[in-house]
Design a protein around this ligand. Structure first.
Ligand code: FES
Length: 169
């Protein structure tokens, strides 16, 4: 029993130092009161800054909200918007909507997978490109469409894919 109390105090002291002086996400965390209803907002801000939710982010967030890491992870993983793998420096999103599918987005995705040596949802080993398949981009008249970083590419052809890939550094 005595051992548990000492361990518990040590743990709390460490958590205090991490949050108040060393936490990598200190600025984001301290912008919100540590109430559970702020958990998703904090995770959104962390992903906005880091591009994904790392184990370190889950750990610090859990400490700040005084919940378990499993609890924090369970909330984050409930939402499709959160990513748990570090994205590449560039992200290519291929539309999987009907109009784009009819106009050949499947071939574009297959060409990208072959050229990059990865499957959708993965990142190249050098961390350069992440490949995603996303729902309708709202540019159906320009099908097949894809987004590279924040730029929409319309009526994409296989030849254009080569140009796009060469431009990514
Ligand atoms: S189906 Fe691709 S932009 Fe709408």
């Amino acid at each position: 029993m005595e051992y548990f109390i000492i361990r518990n105090l040590t743990y709390k002291a460490k958590a205090f130092v991490t949050i108040m002086t060393e936490g990598r996400f200190k600025t984001i965390l301290e912008a919100y009161p540590p109430k559970r209803e702020n958990l998703v907002s904090v995770l959104q801000d962390i992903q906005e800054e880091e591009g994904f939710i790392s184990p370190e982010a889950v750990s610090e967030t859990a400490e700040y909200f005084s919940i378990s890491e499993a609890d924090a992870y369970s909330v984050a993983s409930f939402y499709a918007q959160f990513k748990f793998k570090k994205p590449g420096r560039h992200t290519i999103k291929v539309c999987k909507g009907t109009a784009c599918h009819v106009r050949g987005s499947g071939s574009l995705l297959a060409a990208l997978e072959e050229r990059l040596g990865i499957k959708e949802g993965e990142t190249t080993p050098d961390g350069l490109v992440s490949l995603e398949r996303v729902a309708c981009l709202g540019a159906c008249a320009l099908a097949p469409a894809m987004v590279v970083d924040d730029k929409v590419h319309a009526r994409v052809t296989l030849a254009e894919i080569e140009k796009i890939l060469k431009s990514l550094k």
